[in-house]
Design a protein around this ligand. Structure first.
Ligand code: UD1
Length: 438
């Protein structure tokens, strides 16, 4: 069981909010502090379940973490004594695999439980493992763990990734910064979060060139020092609120976000009929009260439309004028939100990796269940345009993995939304209420 969100839809969002630090940048950067010989201070780290999971993991392997009231985190890795990421943490957050590269590069040894299945597809880690092997490590799979060892310092190599992988690129990059000689990573992911990790590593003394391109060139150094670094803001969070604003026919300004990180998404929102204004670190979207027009979407690696925005854009199309196709090219099985949206009256049909959506002005309130992080977000967005009652989104724990203060921010934009906390007492009371009804 986890908390529920109850939404009364049909109200245009209006107002402004501040965008939090990027989860997918903060996670690898927190892990990359393992490579540093001196303390690191990180700011703009979001307060999220995935972040506390990675902090728990770092803590278990001997990292000392000090957090102040503004979520500035001081990380000191001088007492690392264990090189193991256990299954209970890895299964709740796949990104735990990111400790493989840094532990191996710094301590010559790492053992990480295999992440296993996940709600949005198989998500293998073969490219992470091949990368470590190319750098000279011995990697074996034993009892459900990836075990990597390097007798001496890793050695630079040319690695051509057969598929663009975000955490795979990050893992290899972190291993390569302490390797001897030059590593070239071709077909590297160039997502802004990968760039932020590379910039962090350079700020701590690494020598990485080609940041922002699909070829990263890393000249290995013997050690990284400590320092201060501010994590970039979350383009997926910003995109989610902009889409929410477009589909509710509202007017919303998101602050603390660089618009250039979302250019393809902003293009789609323009096609949907939004009026956009932006500055260096803000974006304002105004629908002038009109229903959006349905837009075709194909997800692909950066700078194309991110797979992490697919579900939210599907929700927008479901309440748009006309019909559109949404094609998912990154993950198989990332359409778990479709049947829940259909329960809210959305007209969606699935053909392999493509969804055909015929828009309508409103959806119908219903009880729906969230299955993964972005699917949960899309159901909340759908709830904002669902009428004739209240939408109840169950399994909202997924949202807490990736959206900081979601309901507070929605309330700030005028949405009618409230959380029901899954407290043991609530369960007792609801069981009593049920037995009274019986
Ligand atoms: C990261 C993001 C996630 C986002 C995804 C795609 C983090 C913590 N998570 O996930 O939010 O949805 O990128 O932008 O940053 N693949 C392989 N072998 C591998 C690794 C990946 O075949 O060893 C495949 C995957 O199955 C998938 C594709 O490559 O089809 C891309 O996955 P990848 O970029 O690795 O996703 P993550 O890094 O797990």
């Amino acid at each position: 069981m986890s908390d529920k969100l109850i939404i009364e839809g049909g109200i245009p969002l209006s107002g402004e909010i501040s965008i939090s630090g990027a989860k997918n940048a903060a996670l690898p950067i927190l892990v990359a502090t393992l490579l540093c010989d001196e303390p690191v201070i990180l700011s703009n780290v979001p307060y999220l379940y995935d972040i506390t999971t990675v902090m728990k993991l770092l803590n278990q392997i001997g990292v000392r973490l000090l957090i102040n009231e503004r979520m500035q985190i001081e990380v000191d890795t001088q007492n690392v004594h264990c090189y193991f990421a256990p299954y209970d943490l890895v299964k709740s957050m796949r990104a735990s695999i990111l400790v493989l590269g840094p532990l191996l590069a710094k301590y010559g040894e790492a053992s990480v439980s295999l992440p296993g299945g996940c709600a949005i597809g198989a998500r293998p880690v073969n490219l992470h493992i091949e990368g470590m092997r190319a750098l000279g490590a011995q990697v074996t799979l034993e009892g459900g763990h990836v075990k990597a060892r390097a007798k001496k310092r890793l050695k630079g190599a040319t690695i051509v990734l057969s598929k663009v992988t975000v955490t795979g690129t990050e893992n290899i990059l972190m291993a390569a910064v302490l390797a001897e000689g030059r590593t070239i990573i071709r077909n590297a992911a160039c997502e802004p979060e990968v760039c932020d990790l590379a910039k962090f590593l350079n700020a701590m003394g690494a020598r990485i060139c080609g940041i922002g391109t699909d070829t990263l060139i890393v000249d290995g150094v013997k050690r990284l020092h400590g320092g201060y670094y501010k994590v970039i803001s979350d383009r997926i969070e910003a995109g989610t609120y902009l889409v929410a604003s477009a589909m509710t026919r509202g007017k919303v300004r998101v602050n603390h976000i660089d618009p250039s990180l979302l250019s393809n998404l902003l293009g789609k929102l323009c096609l949907a009929g939004a009026y956009l204004r932006y500055g260096n670190d803000w974006i304002e979207l105004d629908m002038q009260g009109r229903q959006p027009k349905a837009v075709d979407i194909v997800t692909a690696p950066y700078p194309a439309i991110p797979t992490d925005m697919q579900a939210q854009l599907m929700a927008m199309n479901a309440v748009s004028e006309g019909s559109a196709k949404v094609t998912e090219t990154i993950f198989e099985n990332r359409f778990m939100h479709v049947c829940e949206m259909q329960r809210m009256g959305a007209d969606i049909s699935l053909h392999n990796n493509t969804a055909m959506i015929r828009g309508k002005p409103y959806l119908q309130a219903a009880l729906v269940t969230a299955t993964d992080l972005r699917a949960s977000a899309s159901l909340v967005l759908a709830g904002l345009m669902a009428i004739n009652g209240e939408t109840v989104v169950e399994g909202i724990g997924h949202i807490d993995r990736g959206y900081e203060y979601l309901e507070e921010k929605l309330l700030q934009l005028g949405a009618r939304v409230r959380r029901v906390i899954d407290h043991p007492l609530n369960r007792v009371f609801s069981q009593q209420a049920e037995s009274i009804v019986d």
